[in-house]
Structures are given as structure tokens and as C-alpha cells.
Design a protein around this ligand. Structure first.
Ligand code: SAH
Length: 596
């Protein structure tokens, strides 16, 4: 086997087959600029979308004899070995390179496993003899090679240009390249960094005969290593935010996408990105329907075990990990075990759920102090740690109570006993920032009865203080046309997703193939409907309908007659047929008008 990198740019390539494997081949080729034709009687929705977008040519029909001849490169990925063999024979007889997925005998070339960091690519192959090894090595290298290598190659390429401009002797150029490499690559840990402009200028300014080769510090100089990652595995304690997926931080999302294992609480689920790697290990440890939460000691032990296996672990918690989240205890265990850990703070629900309910936690001249407390403190038998009597006297403050549903009557009793005005504005917010958000606005005295009447359930928190009085004026969320909608959409239409979110809907972007994490996310809260744009997308979503999270007979908004027709054939009820080519604004208006 002889390795090469093919420049497929603008070359005609053929993919026979229309399933997930064919999709990946077509995507890979299109990304490299090839002119791709896909031939298959039936194709998965993303292929259809790519054809609609003009990124490839789609021929909905069986493979025709001899067709392979007119292409530079041919792939067959049908589930029919006879068809695959015909494609192979046609191509091989004509001297066209051909690859049949999962059939080494019918291949004139194999595809290596790839680890890609920008223009830098590592290819791994076993001449088709041990594909399982290739897959595992690829995963290992995926972990070891951080994303920073992409930027590093860019810097290396720019450095090369500048060295060339100097026009010095080849040996002097090599010496400069050595310097660049040694200063920026940590060979022990396989980490790289982009040098600063000053460093580069300094290296280039040194007279060539003074440049000498510097070998990497064998003791493992970490100067090339920005974040000192070890092979031991590590744990990121990440705050998922209050529930709305857009409130997960950029860094938190990055950690999740890089993670090998995610240990998550129930409250964190709605914020889990559906595009996590398909092979990421998922460990639910919170209260799932009917299952008890895992005791804290077991969670600690799990984190240690996963990190010891060398995995990058994300411990994902609702809100912020250090706000009533026991993140401190987990961090201490990790520190004691010598496991590298970091904290990625999150948006705490005590601030965000209130913002969604129209309540600012501070306001000039009204509330200049904010107290976050756990309401359990009011009902603890071993003596409360909260001075309710002092809080009761503080007029210019907001009290935010986490875990506040059952303890609220006792909290109110204590505050009234401490002399707080019974007419102080008070509110309770359930499932804040999600499509299931509900709120009750009342007074200190009236709130306990009001939440019983409304049937408020955990997770919910309360706010007591003058700023609650702004709730009506500042209510921006529940006025949005799609507030309360939780819609599933096949992951093909970024623009539609953004518009629906802007209109207040929570959107679950369903990847293809559907990943385990997407199923976990769908199950987190009730799904109120779905939006589909083609018959293939109907099939894609149909497999999932009826799964956890889907309410019975969730309505569907089908763009185009064919999509609606397929939905009806599938037995969906409440099928709303929308005009093809309808713009996003009209789509929002239709959903708002017709939702049940
Ligand atoms: N670390 C979390 C809090 C964990 S304690 C944070 O920073 O937000 C769990 C409590 O948080 C729940 O009982 C509830 O009081 C509150 N909570 C979490 N998410 C919430 C939400 N979306 N809406 C209202 N309250 C929420």
C-alpha cells in the first residue's frame, strides 16, 4: 500500500449509495472541492439538502452499467454486494480508482483513519488488515492532538514564508525551522503553541551563523505547553447554565465537544449540545425518572476512575458548579487524588431564571444587595445557618432562594416573624429559561398559597424584594410569539433554528444519524412539535417520535406538500402543511397562530 494525498479539487467523483456511509464520503469529497455525483434511488435527508444547495449532483436512480468509467474516483456504499461488485468491476477494468465501503476485497485503495487539525492531517492505515486498531489509534490521537495544532500549522506556514524571504542558505533556513519547532512544540506531551510576533522577530533577527540547533528539554520543559495537560486524564467542572442551551458558555461548550466522558446532572441535560462526539461516554448521575440519584461518594469515585483511565472528563452541573452544586467537594476529592481539574463557571439559575421572569436581581436605589441562599436552611433540624431575622430587616435587598418549593412556608414564616413587610413583592420561577418555564408573582404573605394554587414543582426558586415589582414591565420572554415551544428540527437549517430561537422557542437540532446524546436531550423536557422540510426529514424524525420527551400527537409543521404527505402516510396527526419557500418570519407567525 502506497500512501498519497489526492488533490480532488474540481475532479469528478462518483458516490453510489444514499445512506449514512455514502453521506460521509460525499461530505468529505465536497469539503475538498471535488465535483461529486451521488447515484441512489433513495437518499438520506442531508444528501438531499446538499443537492438542493447545489453542493453536489444527485441522481435518484439505480447505478447504470459502465457509469463508473467517466469519473476520477469512485466510491460504492450500497447495502447490495452485487451492485457494489458491479461498480468495482466497471471501475477496476477501466483503471479508475475505486473503494467499496467495508469490503476490502472490492477496493483498489483504502481510506486511512484521519486526524485533522486545519491543513495538518495525520493518516492512519493498516492495509485493511486491522481496521479496529486504526479506529482506536485515531481516537487516541484525536485526544492527544489538541485543536491548537491547526493554528500552529498556520503560524508555521507563515514563518516558512518569512524565512524564505530572507533568502539565506538552506542549512541556515533549516536551523530557523528547528528553532521554531523546538520553541513551540512540547514533544513529551504533544502540545503546540503559536509563537508571539516578538519571539518570531527575535528568531529571525539572529544572524544565521549564530543559530544553533536547540534540542527539547528532556526534563519536559512546559514552556511550550499553555495549559499543562497531562496524559493522566483531567476533569472540567462545567456549569451548564439554567437550562436554555444558549446560556452554556463558549468555554463550556468547547470542553464538552472535546470530552471523552460526560458525567451530568438532570438539570444540566437541556443544555447538552446534540453535536457531541457520537462515541462520548455518557454518565447520568442525577435523579432520572424513577431512578434515585447517585450518592455523592459514588460520583466522586466515578470522576476519579474516568480520569485515571486517561479520559478528558466533563462534570456537567446545572447553573454554576460552585453555587449549591457541591462542585467544591468534587474539586477537593480530585485535588486529593492528584487529578488535574479546572472550573468553567456557569450562569446560575438564581440570576438567569429571574431575568427570564422579568426580575432584575439588583436595581439602583431599590436593591443594592443580593443574597443567594438554600431555602432548606429554614427547615433544617440541626439549627439554621441563615439569620432570617437579619434578612427580614434589610429593605434594599433581594433574597433568592434555591430549592425553595417545600421550604417556602417556613421561610415566609421566619421573615414575617423577623418583621419583614408582608406586602414585599415575591415571586417563584419554575424551570426558568426553558420552554417549560412558569412563574408566580405575588407578595411575601401571598406567595405560599399562590404557588400551591399554580401547582409549582421543583426545580424552582423564589425571589423576595422590591425588584420583583418590575416583573410585569420587564417581562420580555413570555411575550415572545413562540415562548413555551420546544421544537425538534433535523440539523440542516441553521438559519431557521436561529429565527425560531429568537422568537422564544427552544430548539433541539436533531443530528443525523441521531446520536445518543440527542435522545437524552429530547427526553429532558416535553417536546411540543417538530419542523420538517422534506419526506426524508419526516423519516428521519419518525424513528424518534414517541420516544421519551415527545408528547402524544405533537403537531408537525411540514414545509411543502411532499413532506406533509409523507407525515400523513406515517400516521402523524396535527400535520400543518406550509408553503414551500416560505420565509422564516412567516414560519414563526404560522406556528404562533396554530399552536395548540
Ligand atoms: N448550581 C445550580 C443550583 C443547583 S441547586 C445553579 O447555579 O443554578 C438546584 C436548585 O437550583 C433547584 O432546586 C432550583 O431551586 C434551582 N434551579 C436550577 N435550575 C433552575 C431553573 N431553570 N429554574 C428555576 N430554578 C432552578
Amino acid at each position: 500500500m502506497y500512501p498519497v494525498m489526492l488533490d480532488v479539487g474540481d475532479h469528478a467523483c462518483l458516490v453510489v449509495g444514499g445512506g449514512g456511509v455514502a453521506l460521509r464520503k460525499a461530505q468529505g469529497l465536497v469539503e475538498e472541492g471535488a465535483r461529486v455525483t451521488v447515484v441512489a434511488p433513495e437518499v438520506v435527508a442531508p444528501l438531499e439538502t446538499m443537492a438542493d444547495q447545489g453542493r453536489l449532483r444527485l441522481e435518484r436512480r439505480p447505478y447504470l452499467a459502465g457509469e463508473a468509467l467517466s469519473y476520477a474516483l469512485v466510491f460504492a456504499a450500497t447495502d447490495d454486494r452485487e451492485v457494489n461488485a458491479r461498480v468495482f468491476n466497471d471501475a477496476a477494468n477501466a483503471g479508475v480508482w475505486v473503494n467499496v465501503a467495508d469490503d476490502p476485497e472490492l477496493c483498489s485503495f483504502h481510506l486511512p483513519g484521519r486526524v485533522r487539525r486545519g491543513p495538518l492531517q495525520l493518516a492512519i492505515a493498516s492495509a485493511g488488515q486491522a481496521p479496529f486498531v486504526v479506529r482506536r489509534l485515531r481516537r487516541l490521537l484525536e485526544r492527544r492532538f489538541g485543536v491548537e495544532w491547526a493554528e500552529w500549522v498556520g503560524a508555521a506556514s507563515r514563518f516558512r514564508d518569512r524565512v524564505r524571504e530572507l533568502g539565506s542558505e538552506p542549512s541556515a533556513q533549516e536551523a530557523l525551522f528547528d528553532r521554531f519547532f523546538d520553541e513551540t512544540v512540547d514533544a513529551e506531551r504533544l502540545r503546540a503553541r503559536v509563537p508571539t510576533a516578538t519571539e518570531e522577530a527575535e528568531w529571525l533577527a539572529v544572524p544565521v551563523d549564530h543559530v544553533e540547533h536547540r534540542s527539547a528539554d528532556p526534563a519536559g520543559d512546559t514552556s511550550a505547553c499553555r495549559d499543562g495537560e497531562s496524559d493522566e486524564g483531567s476533569v472540567s467542572l462545567v456549569g451548564a447554565g439554567p437550562g436554555c442551551s444558549g446560556l452554556l458558555t463558549v468555554r463550556g461548550r468547547r470542553r464538552l465537544l472535546e470530552a471523552d466522558a460526560v458525567v451530568y446532572d438532570r438539570l444540566a441535560v437541556p443544555a447538552l449540545p446534540c453535536d457531541l462526539r457520537a462515541d462520548v461516554e455518557l454518565h447520568p448521575v442525577g435523579k432520572e425518572a424513577g431512578i434515585h440519584p447517585m450518592p455523592q461518594e459514588e460520583i466522586n469515585a466515578l470522576l476519579v476512575r474516568l480520569a485515571r483511565r486517561g479520559l478528558r472528563v466533563v462534570r456537567l452541573k446545572g447553573g454554576d458548579p460552585y453555587v449549591f452544586g457541591r462542585g467544591g467537594e468534587e474539586g477537593e476529592v480530585l485535588a486529593a487524588e492528584g487529578i488535574a481539574f479546572e472550573v468553567v463557571p456557569g450562569v446560575t439559575s438564581g440570576v438567569a431564571a429571574l431575568a427570564w421572569a422579568g426580575i432584575p436581581v439588583t436595581h439602583r436605589r431599590e436593591a443594592v444587595r443580593l443574597t443567594l441562599l438554600t431555602a432548606h436552611e429554614a427547615v433544617k433540624s440541626d439549627g439554621p445557618q441563615v439569620r432570617w431575622d437579619l434578612l427580614a430587616q434589610d429593605k434594599h435587598a433581594t433574597i433568592v432562594g434555591y430549592m425553595g418549593v417545600t421550604a417556602l412556608p417556613e421561610v415566609v414564616h421566619q421573615l414575617l416573624g423577623g418583621g419583614m413587610d408582608p406586602a414585599t413583592p415575591a415571586a417563584m420561577v419554575e424551570q426558568g429559561t426553558t420552554a417549560s418555564q412558569r412563574k408566580v408573582i405575588s407578595t411575601l404573605e401571598g406567595l405560599p398559597a399562590a404557588i400551591v394554587e399554580a401547582g409549582i414543582q421543583p426545580p424552582a426558586l423564589f425571589a423576595i424584594g422590591p425588584t420583583v415589582g418590575h416583573a410585569k414591565n420587564l417581562d420580555w420572554f413570555s411575550r415572545l410569539p413562540l415562548a413555551g415551544e420546544r421544537l425538534v428540527i433535523p440539523d440542516v437549517a441553521e438559519v431557521v433554528v436561529r429565527r425560531l430561537e429568537a422568537a422564544g422557542a427552544e430548539v433541539v437540532s436533531l443530528p443525523f444519524p441521531v446520536t445518543p446524546v440527542a435522545r437524552v436531550v429530547m427526553a429532558a423536557l416535553p417536546i411540543t412539535g417538530c419542523v420538517v422540510t422534506s419526506p426524508a426529514e419526516v423519516d428521519w424524525v419518525h424513528e424518534e417520535r414517541g420516544g421519551p420527551g415527545w408528547v402524544d400527537d405533537a403537531p408537525s409543521w411540514c414545509i411543502g406538500e411532499q413532506a406533509a404527505e409523507r407525515a400523513r402516510q406515517r400516521g402523524w396527526r396535527y400535520v400543518h402543511e406550509l408553503l414551500p419557500g416560505m420565509n422564516c418570519g412567516e414560519l414563526v407567525a404560522r406556528i404562533a397562530a396554530e399552536r395548540r
